[in-house]
Design a binder for this molecule. Structure first.
Ligand SMILES: Cc1ncc(COP(=O)(O)O)c(C=O)c1O
Length: 348
């Protein structure tokens, strides 16, 4: 996270995993729609209703949280005691591990393999489960690879035994291919998400957890320690933004389709990169077949003013992550520069 916040910025920033920020002026918000304080207790009722409708569940299953980050933390802190075992996919979003570590959980891992397109394999998960495993953690879509798990796969993981947390912050980037949310597959699932990544609405911090009502209540109580009263203006703007999601989704879809064509054209032209081609999502996670990713990223940044995320942040130092959520022209130029950096590396 310090790298992402302090060192990822560049003229051609391909290091982000979300879609470019949506502007307030592009939402139908009037000043009178926003208010500094309001009736927000265990949720702001209009937002609870909007989130519940978005998630396809009743409002008593929704816990509003400051982004998926807080949603994941609240879920871990509610479900795990120090010493409890939590089984997390590898590679993964680093902060899932950091949050589990922070609540004192013992972390075990199961692999998602490059050779299998980073697919989620229920048998691999089951082999890694022990009698002490309290929680299994996966992301769908997967960060960093954007690999997608279908409903049958998620169901099979739910049948293994322990509860399953599915981080679905990227799921809507699969559009009509997106499977049903795991939240609709049974009470053993806890789902976290937000409007951050797919909808470019990060600044609203509109995140949520979907959990069975008793668990949801425990999470609300825990949230009293951290974010007892949320920023009400953001709650109000979030209600307005959720009503606009169909329009935003159409815009994002066109953007990602166009950018994915650009990305795949680039990947097809580079024999030293091996990346599963995925028809959805906001990121790709190529493997560099020859040479050092650290050297590549340093050169790319210093000589070509372009950043991608080094795979070391996903515990896979021979990979790197490319984000395609920005505008098409800088993406195209950033990829051209990545090509030049690769050429430089291969020559020297
Ligand atoms: C898998 C995953 N979960 C959660 C987050 C954080 O999301 P938010 O901005 O909603 O807190 C990220 C951000 O990169 C992520 O990749």
């Amino acid at each position: 996270m310090p790298w992402a916040k302090l060192r990822s910025h560049a003229a051609y920033n391909l290091a982000t995993s979300g879609v470019a920020h949506w502007k307030l002026r592009d939402l139908p918000v009037a000043i009178d729609d926003l208010e500094i304080s309001g009736p927000s207790f265990y949720g702001y009722e209009p937002l609870q209703k909007a989130l519940a409708q978005h998630a396809g569940v009743t409002p008593d299953r929704i816990v509003a949280a400051a982004g998926t980050s807080m949603a994941n933390y609240l879920a871990f802190a509610t479900l795990l005691k120090p010493g409890d075992e939590v089984l997390i996919e590898h590679p993964t979003y680093e902060l899932l591990i950091a949050a589990a570590r922070h609540v004192g959980a013992t972390i075990t891992r199961f692999p998602r393999l490059h050779e299998a397109g980073f697919a989620l394999d229920p048998e691999t998960v089951e082999r890694a489960v022990t009698p002490r495993t309290k929680l299994i953690v996966v992301a769908n879509l997967h960060n960093p690879s954007s690999a997608f798990a279908d409903e049958a796969t998620i169901r099979a993981i739910g049948e293994i035994g322990p509860r399953v947390l599915v981080d679905e912050v990227y799921l809507d980037a699969a559009f009509e291919r997106a499977p049903k949310s795991a939240a609709l597959l049974g009470d053993q699932f806890i789902v976290t998400s937000s409007l951050t990544k797919v909808y470019g609405l990060s600044g609203l911090r509109c995140g949520w957890i979907v959990a069975e009502p008793k668990l949801a209540e425990a999470m609300w109580r825990l949230n009293d320690l951290f974010a007892s009263i949320p920023a009400h203006m953001a709650e109000r703007a979030s209600v307005i933004a959720i009503a606009e999601l169909p329009r935003i989704r159409a815009h994002v879809r066109a953007r990602l389709d166009r950018n994915r064509t650009i990305l795949h054209r680039f990947l097809d032209s580079r024999a030293e990169l091996d990346a599963p081609r995925v028809p959805y999502g906001t990121t790709a996670f190529p493997k560099l077949l020859r040479g050092s990713v650290t050297r590549l990223c340093d050169l790319l940044r210093s000589k070509y003013e372009t950043t991608v995320v080094p795979g070391e942040y996903f515990e896979m130092p021979d990979h790197f992550r490319i984000g395609i959520g920005g505008d098409a022209e800088p993406l195209e130029e950033g990829l051209r520069r990545l090509g030049l950096a690769l050429d430089d590396m291969m020559e020297n």
